[in-house]
Design a protein around this ligand. Structure first.
Ligand code: COA
Length: 474
């Protein structure tokens, strides 16, 4: 457990005196904002402490100037329709455009791949850099990313009782249930919960949320590795290597040494991190956090949502479904055979996993970058060929079927085929990897929720009777 470090006093709040200086998207950090006068790079918390007063002032001004503006209409259908399209949340890290896909602090996935520091020349971005970007809005330097890798390694030790808890789980308990349980158990060491109990000032909430979030993210690697090794392997977990980055350690502790698999983990953990605030795992973490439940309890709740088959569990369903299809029609099936298989799925009242999205109306860019990875590293993999064939066929079938608003593939349609190529074939485990990545997005927002004093979330609900009476003609 790491103690709170003293913050650098910037005096920014005084200088701003209520005048907002909107953050650029993404902020181009100046040298002064990156380094101490001694030439050593500033750490994430120090940089965040400098940015927070600026953002607080910006939000204050936004509320003063625009507080009474309407963000849009809410119809009865929206209330019955899972609140689709209702603009009622603030989420700083990412925004999702129906046509273009996700932007992390204004940057598309290809831009992140180009601009965020990588471990190898021309390689995939390090998720540490993506986390820095989500938290600060700034593209970090290689040195800053290294600081985050080192910090996460230093905070990664699990309490003995959590290790024992996982070791005592039956192998038949779903990996996501074990994951959520372990995160809840880690709450034992929540600094936020302890500080709240002892009575802290509201202005300090973000600091404890930050510390808990950093500790939690760090511990997700040994937790995820332990679940995998216990459920699917011999129960022996390789020791974490403090000189490695987060993804390299995850691969290493899972038992995978292949350098391209490590690169895959870097890409995977980067692209699954955040998808704005309304999706089930993000919204749940944010909602539970709004009750000032600490980051462990909030994230565990989000994980339980991620474990649903219409959300994160879809990535396990996709490979299972694709393999069933391969077993039924073979890897050299004709387009007609594949089409028939897809229609059979639809006629039996099931969804085609990996296709459709609540917001997107085009191919998910997270799908596209995984496809590019496959084209580069595993172009002849038979399952990849099948996934490519599905990409050519499913959108047409779903369009003809005429129900889904988006016939294009989402992120989950591609992740499984990459993992199985490198030998990670246990589909039930896939959503745990998604969960490790999702922590980066939802916890970076949770820090901002507390820094911006986001209140208890409490939308208004109505009964059908009430709705009918509201619009009853006099
Ligand atoms: C993601 C998903 C839950 C979005 O749901 P949504 O916003 O309600 O989607 P739509 O508005 O397009 O749904 C309209 C209809 O099309 C159906 N539909 C949507 N995607 C479908 C798919 N992939 N296969 C078959 N039917 C689908 C819905 O079930 C719904 O049918 P209903 O009217 O009988 O209830 C949905 O597309 C789905 O179930 N996809 C498969 C699971 C998946 O890949 N999840 C991961 C998402 S990242």
């Amino acid at each position: 457990m790491s103690a709170l470090r003293p913050l650098v006093s910037t005096g920014l709040m005084g200088r701003l005196s209520g005048v907002a200086r909107p953050m650029a998207r993404p902020v181009a950090a100046t040298l002064g904002s990156r380094m101490h006068s001694t030439g050593t790079p500033k750490g994430l918390k120090e940089r965040l402490a400098e940015i927070i007063p600026e953002k607080q002032a910006e939000v204050k001004q936004t509320k003063q100037e625009l507080g009474d503006k309407s963000l849009g209409e809410v119809t009865v259908n929206m209330a019955y329709g899972g609140m689709r399209g209702i603009k009622g949340l603030v989420w700083e890290g990412s925004v999702l455009d129906a046509e273009e896909g996700i932007r992390f602090r204004g940057m598309t996935i290809p831009e992140c791949q180009k601009r965020l520091p990588a471990a190898i020349d021309g390689g995939e971005p390090l998720p540490e850099g993506l986390f820095w970007l989500l938290v600060t809005g700034e593209v970090p330097t290689k040195e800053q990313v290294k600081l985050v890798s080192e910090e996460w390694a230093a905070r990664s030790k699990l309490p003995k009782f959590v290790e024992e808890l996982l070791d005592n789980c039956p192998r038949t308990l779903h990996p996501m249930s074990q994951f959520s349980m372990a995160v809840t158990a880690l709450q034992h060491d929540s600094l936020f919960a302890k500080a709240y109990q002892s009575g802290i000032n509201k202005t300090e909430y973000w600091q404890y949320t930050y510390e808990d979030s950093m500790n939690l993210i760090a511990k997700l690697v040994p937790v995820a590795a332990r679940i995998y090794r216990n459920v699917f392997k011999d129960g022996k977990v390789p020791a974490l290597d403090a000189s490695k980055d987060y993804s390299a350690n995850l691969a290493h502790m899972l038992g995978f040494q292949e350098p391209t698999f490590v690169e895959l983990m870097r890409l995977y953990l980067t692209i699954h991190s955040d998808h704005e605030g309304g999706n089930v795992s993000a919204h749940t973490t944010h909602l539970v956090g709004s009750a000032l439940s600490d980051p462990y309890l909030s994230f565990a709740a989000g994980l339980n949502g991620l474990a649903g088959p219409l959300h994160g569990l879809a990535n396990q369903e996709v490979l299972r479904w694709t393999m069933k299809m391969r077993d039924a029609i073979g890897t050299d099936a004709t387009d007609e055979q594949v089409k028939e298989y897809v229609w059979n799925t639809l006629h039996s009242g099931q969804v085609v996993p990996g296709y459709g999205h609540a917001v997107l109306r085009r191919t998910d860019p997270r799908y596209s970058c995984q496809r590019e990875f496959a084209l580069k590293h595993l172009p002849t993999d038979p399952m990849f060929k099948l996934v490519s064939q599905l990409y050519n066929i499913v959108p047409g079938v779903l369009t003809e079927h005429g129900k889904t608003k988006n016939p294009w593939p989402n992120v989950d349609a591609h992740s499984g085929v990459l993992l199985q190529h490198y030998g990670l074939v246990e589909q039930d485990y896939y959503t745990v990897l998604f969960g490790v990545s999702r922590a980066l997005g939802v916890l970076s927002q949770l820090i901002w929720d507390r820094a911006l004093s986001m209140p208890l979330e409490r939308p208004k609900s109505l009964s059908t009777d009430h709705i009918r009476r509201m619009f009853k003609k006099a």
